[in-house]
Design a protein around this ligand. Structure first.
Ligand code: 6PG
Length: 477
């Protein structure tokens, strides 16, 4: 019997679809699952899509693989992943490759890679985005781990990945945890993008009294321009959906409490450690948290004053265009911040990540796939060292042309009492970046006052302290 090119263990929906994708692309795939029924049903239901080798035990599974053996682990992140890796380690030989294609937290990936390296095994933490459908039809794949692993793995993953302009949405991201880190930031950006879209929806709804269906049509229109993206496209569909039970718009019968599995939170935690302001992602993560604080929301409703003036919009089309421009500008900020976080981590951990390549592999297959990732990839192509996406000449002009609209929308939302945390914080971030002077000078003065934390001066070298409790003279610290 011919040996398998690759194996997949863990056949829940993502693992199952990845296995089918490998098979449909001409690879012989060994498949294994802890409960055998999932493995047999995969072969029963989809065995005609390609060459599968069904394996009941992990020993049979490893024996079915050609060398170097390449195993994709697609089980729950955390303990279950460790358990499968430990079991596999006993059975594999030097040079074999274990790929963790789940949403692992990158420090776990760094730890696992180091431990497996000691045993001569190549461990690859690979981010895979695109949900169930992407896994089957072509996801965006972000593999990290030792470069050597990519010789065997790269061609297989590239083949099954999404393609844009004939280019695969898969590239070797960098060593150890780089792949899972980039996938984590991808998800953080996904949170920000979704929150911004949700804020735009709310503003259109409250500002113009439009129905979800009508707003869905606006999103459909927007999807033909600069905002074209998977998330805008599905937003239009979600808004158009009518609840079969009540006949109301589905969005009106869904509980307004957003869940999360944790990747957004990880992104913000890491950004705090790295000192990178990812305000859009943080606001999006906190907005989900607020939405789920039922007790506080109930305590506040009807108690907290609004003093809101409402919207007084005369030019309906003008307001819609303003919201579109505000959404686009805020989105540029969110992506700029995400790419900053990748850059900072890359420097800190020695990953040498090519941001342009990340933008390229996010153009297709993944949840944040969008037309404007082409522009981002071009910006990093023009200048791989770009300090911020916002200072790339293309984005300078793009944001400038929507700036007045952005300010109008944020101020109208504040006056009307409609929360728009991601729109507002993105605009503040933009204004902070371009400000010649920030009030941080005052903060330094305060720190020096109560803690003698010292400050630097604009007009001379050195570090200084004012003797606040004494005669208020300045001394060199
Ligand atoms: C993807 C998605 C995927 C998943 C997230 C959603 O890239 O395919 O990001 O990873 O949908 O886990 O996360 P939340 O449940 O936290 O919203």
């Amino acid at each position: 019997m011919a040996l398998a090119h690759i194996g997949v263990t863990g056949l829940a929906v993502m693992g199952r679809n990845l296995a089918r994708n490998f098979a449909r692309n001409g690879f012989t795939v060994a498949v294994h699952n802890r409960s055998v029924a999932k493995m047999t049903s995969l072969i029963e239901d989809h065995g005609d899509e390609g060459d599968f080798i069904g394996c009941e035990s992990l020993e049979d599974f490893v024996a079915a693989l050609a060398k170097p053996r390449t195993v994709v682990v697609m089980v729950q992140a955390g303990g279950p992943t460790d358990a499968v890796i430990d079991a596999l380690t006993e059975l594999l030989d030097e040079g074999d490759i274990i790929v963790d294609a789940g949403n692992a937290h990158y420090p776990d990936t760094v730890r696992r890679e180091a431990a497996l390296k000691e045993k001569g095994l190549l461990f690859v933490g690979a981010g895979v985005s695109g949900g169930e459908e992407g896994a089957l039809l072509g996801p965006s794949i972000m593999p990290g781990g030792p470069a050597e692993s990519y010789k065997t793995l790269g061609p297989i993953l590239e083949k099954i990945s999404a393609k844009v302009d004939g280019e695969p949405c898969c590239v070797h991201v960098g060593p150890d945890g780089a792949g899972h880190f980039v996938k984590m930031v991808h998800n953080g950006i996904e949170y920000a993008d979704m929150q911004l879209i949700a804020e735009a929806y709310q503003l259109l709804r409250e500002g113009l009294n439009l129905s979800p269906k009508e707003i869905g049509k606006i999103f459909e229109e927007w999807n033909k321009g600069d905002l074209e993206s998977f998330l805008i496209e599905i937003t239009a569909e979600v808004l158009a959906q009518v609840d079969q039970k009540t006949g109301k718009p589905l969005v009106d019968v869904i509980l307004d409490q957003a869940g999360q599995k944790g990747t957004g939170r990880w992104t913000v935690q890491s950004a705090l450690d790295l000192g990178v302001p990812v305000t859009g992602i943080a606001e999006a993560t906190f907005a989900r948290a607020i939405s789920s604080q039922t007790a506080q929301r109930e305590a506040a409703q009807g108690v907290l004053a609004g003093n809101a003036s409402g919207f007084h919009i005369e030019n309906k089309a003008g307001f819609i265009e303003d919201v579109r421009l505000a959404l686009y500008a805020s989105k540029v900020v969110a992506y700029a911040q995400g790419f900053d976080q990748i850059q900072k981590a890359s420097e800190e951990f020695g990953w040498d990540i090519d941001r342009g390549a990340m933008a390229r592999i996010w153009r297709g297959g993944c949840i944040i796939r969008a037309r404007f990732l082409n522009r981002i990839s071009e910006a990093y192509g023009r200048n791989p060292e770009l300090e911020s996406l916002l200072v790339d000449p293309y984005f300078v002009d793009e944001v400038a042309s929507g700036l007045s609209a952005w300010r109008r929308v944020v101020s109208q939302a504040a006056l009307a009492g409609v929360p728009s945390p991601a729109f507002g914080s993105s605009l503040s971030y933009y204004d902070s970046l371009r400000a010649e002077r920030l009030p941080a000078a005052l903060i330094q003065g305060q720190r020096d006052f109560f803690g003698a934390h010292t400050y630097k001066r604009v007009d001379m070298e050195g570090t200084f302290h004012t003797q606040w409790t004494g005669d208020h003279t300045e001394v060199e610290a």
